[in-house]
Each structure stands twice: as structure tokens, then as C-alpha cells.
Design a binder for this molecule. Structure first.
Ligand SMILES: Cc1cc2nc3c(=O)[nH]c(=O)nc-3n(C[C@H](O)[C@H](O)[C@H](O)COP(=O)(O)OP(=O)(O)OC[C@H]3O[C@@H](n4cnc5c(N)ncnc54)[C@H](O)[C@@H]3O)c2cc1C
Length: 206
């Protein structure tokens, strides 16, 4: 009897849910599990776009991706060939999230609430039978002799899978990703991108 394929997705953010949904659609017979270290999934999506989630852009005013993504235009071009902003628009509308384009070409849910995006992703994953485990922090991934991968957790017993997608988001320290370097992956040195300042001085409010 052939073993049932088990695909692990490490990290329950936007990328993890999208990867898990795509993995299950492509391999309906496989078991797909999201392992999230926090108690909640998709927590960051809820705070995006000031709680409204700016989920794409019309790109009508962007003639050259280099203007918008100076550090990653080539990669964006490659990704958009596979799944463009138009596909994003269609994907969410087909799953009940009506979208609206602002005058500045940014696209938001018509509900003006990131919760609609979270609901669509969780509903789609649930509908397809994606399993979600919260409180599972992956500490290392071990490659077995037969090609399987063993996920080692901070608390729980190890889990053996045949495939794993790592969607753990950005990491402020490259050494937190050492377990991936140990598997032979190149780790790009992290650089700050979008972040918030938390300044208590009331003078700034004015
Ligand atoms: C204030 C703010 C506003 C933003 N607004 C927008 C916006 O409007 N539109 C937009 O497109 N983007 C926006 N972004 C960027 C967007 O939020 C991120 O690009 C996106 O959420 C990244 O998704 P991700 O799934 O890659 O990572 P994350 O959302 O960071 O998810 C990674 C998940 O992996 C989990 N994890 C990490 N390590 C482990 C481990 N070892 N084991 C198990 N689980 C692990 C984390 O707990 C987390 O849940 C915003 C970002 C911020 C900070």
C-alpha cells in the first residue's frame, strides 16, 4: 500500500494559507497541515492596511515594476507571470470577497475590513480539508534517508512528512533560519522593510 502524501506548511500567515490551499487543490488526496507557532493564524493580515487589508493594486499607474519594487522587480515579474494582480482580484471575488479600487489604485475589500480576507482564507482551507495546528513552533527540519522530512517542534513530538513549505514570514535575524541553511538553502541577509515606530512622546501626535 502506498503511503498517503503528507504536506506540511510551516507558518499560518497569508503565504501559508495560500500555499496550503494550493497544495490541497493540486493534491486532493494528500494530507495538508498548517503548523503555526502562535495561538492564532493570520494575525498579521488583520492589521494590514490599517485593519482594511490593501490586498492588491490595479497597477494602472505602474509602467515599470522597478519603480514599485526597486529591490525585487525581477522576482515580482516572475511571480506575476504565475499569479497576477488580476488573478488575486478574481480569486477573492470568487470566494465572496467583493473588492473596491480606490482613486490611488489600491484595492481593498468593499467591507473595508481585513477580517473578510481572513474569513475567506480560513473558510477555503476548511472547505478543502486543510488541517490547522496552532501552538506548534517548528525548531528544526531533519532530512531522513528515504527523503522524508521530520519536523521537530519546541513542545510536541516530531512529525514526519513528505513535503514541507516554509512560510514563516520575515525574520529579523538570519541565524533564526539556520535550520534551513542546514538543509542546503541559501539565506538572504534580512533588511528592514515595513515596520512601525512606537513613540510615547505626546508631542508627535500633533
Ligand atoms: C503594519 C503593517 C501593515 C501592512 N499592510 C499591508 C497591506 O495593506 N497590504 C499588503 O499586501 N501587505 C501589508 N503588509 C505586509 C504583509 O502583512 C506581509 O507581507 C504578509 O503578512 C506576510 O505574510 P507571510 O505569510 O509571509 O508572513 P506572516 O504573516 O509573518 O506569517 C508567518 C507566520 O509564521 C509563523 N511562524 C514563524 N516562525 C514559525 C515557526 N518556527 N514555526 C511555526 N510557525 C512559525 C508566525 O507566527 C506567523 O503566523 C503590512 C505589514 C505590516 C507590518
Amino acid at each position: 500500500m502506498t503511503k498517503r502524501l503528507h504536506i506540511a506548511v510551516v507558518g499560518g500567515g497569508a503565504a501559508g494559507f495560500f500555499a496550503a490551499i494550493a497544495a490541497k487543490q493540486t493534491n486532493p488526496e494528500a494530507r495538508v497541515t498548517i503548523f503555526e507557532r502562535g495561538q492564532k493564524v493570520l494575525a498579521k493580515v488583520l492589521i494590514t492596511g490599517g485593519g482594511r487589508c490593501n490586498l492588491t493594486n490595479s497597477f494602472a499607474q505602474i509602467m515599470d515594476l522597478k519603480q514599485a519594487y526597486p529591490r525585487g522587480d525581477k522576482m515580482m515579474k516572475r511571480l506575476f507571470n504565475v499569479f497576477s494582480h488580476k488573478d488575486t482580484w478574481q480569486w477573492f471575488e470568487q470566494r465572496g470577497v467583493k473588492l473596491v479600487k480606490q482613486d490611488d489604485e489600491c484595492v481593498f475589500p468593499i467591507s473595508q475590513s481585513a477580517q473578510s480576507v481572513v474569513d475567506a482564507l480560513t473558510h477555503e482551507a476548511h472547505k478543502l480539508g486543510v488541517e490547522v495546528r496552532t501552538g506548534y513552533a517548528v525548531e528544526a527540519v531533519k532530512q531522513m534517508e528515504n527523503g522524508d522530512l521530520q519536523l521537530l517542534f519546541k513542545v510536541q513530538k516530531p512529525v514526519t512528512v513528505q513535503r514541507a513549505a516554509i512560510t514563516t514570514g520575515g525574520s529579523p535575524q538570519a541565524n533564526a533560519l539556520q535550520y534551513l541553511a542546514n538543509l542546503g538553502h541559501n539565506i538572504v541577509q534580512p533588511v528592514p522593510s515595513l515596520f512601525t515606530f512606537n513613540i510615547a512622546d505626546a508631542a508627535f501626535k500633533a
